[in-house]
Design a binder for this molecule. Structure first.
Ligand code: SF4
Length: 408
């Protein structure tokens, strides 16, 4: 992670996966299918995993969902897929886990929302029941505080104390404090019940960026538990992706965060795996993890001679996406490769020389030739109607020679 030092957190074992500061920041996602619909949940889960999700969370909201989860996990494991599956519980998690021991056994982690486990004495009783099942079965737990369902009794307690204070704080400040206290008090209780720290993850999700960043910074300073980062209710499309990336990157840059999720509002014809793509793109653009060769391409401008340049950049990206599952197996390290696709001579040669392999297309009023650069040197000049095909051949050849396994 270059100059960024991860905040030290204890390793957390979640099924077959470890997370914490000694491991890469993990990508996770959540299905939006009813978990009682086993086939639909499996199909979406496979797609999320294929896109790169390293943990997948499922809603477990009633008995049918709990039974569906147990069956779906059984089928996944039969297929040889060991990705950890997390059960998302609210209100009745203690009952569902108690009544469905197979579900409790097969899930790898339980998410508990301290604001949704009951009120008064029942709050602690229900919370304790879930934690004790987790301890008994060796499962991890995420205490996931969300400001949309913040523990109202705790908020009232802090509000009352604030009202009595000689220097009362404003409402948003007390809410932030309640978010952090909810996570810390719940974590303390879980540890007191006997849950090892190696099974505990915390999150404090809010939907306003500055609030979310502030509460995670405070939580990170107050404990050494592994943290799951997310901007809750981030919205759809560009808004959701940008606001999530902005919020998460501020924290990641400080070394805070052991696993991330980007919550995008579903849109027609947009696959759920988009949220996984955003997580990966974020981690890769920050230089924390590499998933596929990156393509540097300029935005184009009045010097761009034709839209050939746009299509070439797009085609190279599509080619990478198509070939990556194969390249991953055959060419270890290829994910760190840098490719440049540039629109004219102004920045084309320079950017292409910085990349492992790059092409500078001719801008308007330039000679109709496209120099290709390899490892910082001019390698070949392409021209004519098959520049794309020839560049892809050169790219494939380069990858084979540079990343191909040497057979002894
Ligand atoms: S490299 Fe050339 S075409 Fe691309 S943005 Fe810069 S000046 Fe415009």
């Amino acid at each position: 992670m270059g100059l960024v030092h991860r905040r030290k957190t204890s390793v957390v074992q979640i099924g077959s996966l470890n997370l914490g500061s000694d491991f890469p920041v993990r990508v996770q996602s959540m299905t939006d299918t009813p978990t009682s619909d086993v086939q639909a949940t499996l199909a979406q889960t496979r797609a999320l995993i294929a896109a790169g999700s390293e943990l997948v969370r499922w809603t477990v909201n009633d008995d049918a969902a709990a039974k569906g989860a147990a069956e779906a996990i059984r089928l996944l494991r039969e297929e040889g897929i060991n990705t950890p599956i997390i059960g998302d519980f609210h209100f009745n998690g203690h009952i569902l886990l108690r009544n469905n021991p197979r579900t409790a056994q097969r899930l790898d982690k339980y998410r508990i929302n301290p604001g949704n486990v009951g009120k008064g004495r029942l709050h602690d009783d229900n919370f304790a029941q879930i934690v004790k099942i987790a301890i008994d079965k060796g499962k991890a737990v995420r205490i996931g505080v969300n400001w949309g369902s913040l523990d109202q009794e705790l908020l009232t307690e802090l509000m009352d104390a604030n009202a009595r204070s000689s220097k009362p704080k404003d409402f948003s400040e007390v809410t932030r404090e309640a978010m952090v206290q909810s996570a810390l008090r719940s974590a303390e209780y879980a540890l007191k019940l006997g849950l090892p720290k190696t099974k505990l993850v915390l999150s404090v999700k809010m939907s306003v960026l500055q609030d979310m960043v502030a509460v995670y910074e405070r939580l990170a300073a107050a404990c050494d538990c592994a943290l799951h980062l997310g901007l809750t209710e981030a919205g759809a499309d560009i808004k959701g992706a940008v606001s999530s990336a902005a919020a998460l990157s501020i924290l990641l840059q400080q070394g805070i965060g052991d696993t991330i999720r980007v919550s995008l509002t579903p849109q027609p014809k947009v696959p759920r795996s988009k949220e996984v793509e955003v997580c990966k793109e974020l981690l890769q653009s920050m230089g924390f993890r590499y998933f596929a060769p990156s393509v540097t391409s300029c935005p184009g401008c009045g010097r761009t001679a034709s839209n050939y340049f746009q299509y070439l950049a797009q085609d190279i990206n599509s080619h990478i996406k198509l070939k990556m599952p194969l390249w991953q197996k055959q060419y270890p390290g290829v994910e760190e490769m840098k490719i440049a696709v540039m629109g004219c001579v102004v920045n084309g040669p320079g950017e292409s020389r910085h990349a492992d392999i790059g092409i500078s297309l001719p801008g308007s009023s330039e000679k109709p030739i496209a120099p290709v650069y390899m490892d910082g040197k001019e390698h070949k000049t392409l021209k004519g109607d098959h520049i794309k095909e020839e560049f892809i051949d050169i790219l494939e050849d380069y990858i084979k020679k540079r990343y191909g396994k040497v057979s002894l």
